[in-house]
Design a protein around this ligand. Structure first.
Ligand SMILES: Cc1cc2nc3c(=O)[nH]c(=O)nc-3n(C[C@H](O)[C@H](O)[C@H](O)COP(=O)(O)O)c2cc1C
Length: 350
């Protein structure tokens, strides 16, 4: 046992691999983390939080990060383009998490233009500076990690991971696609090579849609962690071995205390995709109040036993830091077309 629960997970000889929920803007928030922890998810990431906004704005801090004492082990992911912001934001958040992560994978144009996300892959010195500066500030009982995409050839990807390892990261997460790849299968060969070339734990990310996918990819690549984003969004029971969202997970979701109708409803849209027939799904996606959503589920799925406060959820915005979040939030309040929004969000990162 170390004094960090994340390291303990990686060290646990009884675990074939560590089951990880990906950082997902808008979605890997406290309530969703609570749900998936009930279904054998070992380690959760927050959505990416913009480090500069987090430091400057109390409003951003309140909106972007919520946690509670059960919400562990937890990694907070920051978007940063310099070590000053990364260290300052980490400094504020460290007491409430087990480690911080630097986003080096976001392929959106705004991020690339401003030197965030995948743009950092072209400036490894900034990545290294972020990790080194933070390591100097914090004791080793907190993890520091990097989530990145592949470069355009295997040798360059391995070399970058080795350089990052040399700065003192605790683990690395690799999304097995390049910035330009969208729906191509992930490059498991490269993940295998990376895993064999570094000694820190590697978390594989990409295309894990079921527990058997995770087992197969672990077997092939040897990676220590398996991270899912879209798979677990559509099926929170994924890591517990369910093929589709179990009804119990919908029931559990209705019993978790929510604060925002939009997040509450969006997740149900994902989760219920395979539980409702197409016509019912269309009506469900267009519902605008929590009480209608709940009545619908009571009727269609025979769900009962709902936390009373969830019937009266409001629509206050849940994200403010950075123009990116503001744009999405405004879209939400103006016209929520669930299928369009779901598609556009899914395409943001792939
Ligand atoms: C809705 C959504 C939001 C995402 N937000 C983030 C994020 O905040 N930080 C990040 O590093 N990646 C983010 N991603 C990318 C995922 O973490 C992951 O790398 C990618 O979706 C591939 O994994 P998957 O095939 O399991 O979906 C997001 C993906 C989705 C679908």
């Amino acid at each position: 046992m170390t004094n960090n629960p994340v390291i303990d997970l990686f060290d646990d000889p009884n675990k074939k691999f560590v089951k990880v929920c990906a950082p997902m803007v808008r979605y890997s928030r406290l309530q969703f983390r609570k749900l998936i922890r009930m279904y054998e998810c070992d380690l959760c990431f927050t959505p990416m939080i913009m480090a500069d906004c987090y430091v400057k704005s109390a409003k951003a801090r309140a909106h972007e990060f919520q946690t509670d004492t059960d919400d562990r082990p937890l990694i907070v992911q920051f978007g940063a383009n310099n070590s000053f912001d990364f260290v300052n934001a980490s400094n504020l958040i460290m007491p409430y998490c087990d480690g911080v992560d630097l986003n080096c994978g976001c392929p959106q144009r705004w991020a690339l233009n401003e030197g965030y996300g995948a743009q950092l892959l072209k400036n490894p010195e900034i990545i290294k500076d972020c990790v080194r500066q933070l390591r100097n500030h914090f004791p080793s009982n907190k993890t520091i990690s990097v989530k990145l995409r592949l470069l355009d050839d295997h040798r360059k990807s391995v070399d970058l991971c080795q350089q990052i390892e040399a700065t003192g990261v605790s683990f690395i997460t690799v999304h097995g696609r390049t910035v330009l790849q969208k729906n191509e299968p992930i490059d498991q060969e490269c993940l295998k090579l990376i895993n064999e070339s570094v000694s820190v734990p590697v978390i594989l990310n990409g295309d894990i849609k079921s527990l058997s996918d995770a087992f197969a990819m672990q077997e092939y690549t040897g990676c220590r962690g398996m991270m899912s984003a879209r798979g677990i969004l559509h099926n929170p029971g994924l890591f517990a071995g369910y093929q589709n969202t179990p009804l119990s997970a919908v029931q559990d979701w209705l019993n978790i205390k929510h604060t925002n109708f939009l997040w509450f409803h969006h997740h149900l849209v994902f989760m219920c995709e395979r539980l409702l027939p197409k016509t019912a799904r269309k009506s469900f996606n267009q519902l605008r109040t929590a009480s209608n959503v709940i009545s619908f589920l009571e009727d269609q799925l025979h769900i009962s036993n709902v936390l009373p406060s969830n019937r009266i959820l409001g629509k206050e915005l849940g994200g403010t830091s950075g123009a990116y979040y503001e744009n999405i939030a405004v879209e939400d309040t103006v016209s929520f077309q669930p299928e369009d929004i779901v598609d556009s969000i899914i395409n943001l990162f792939d």
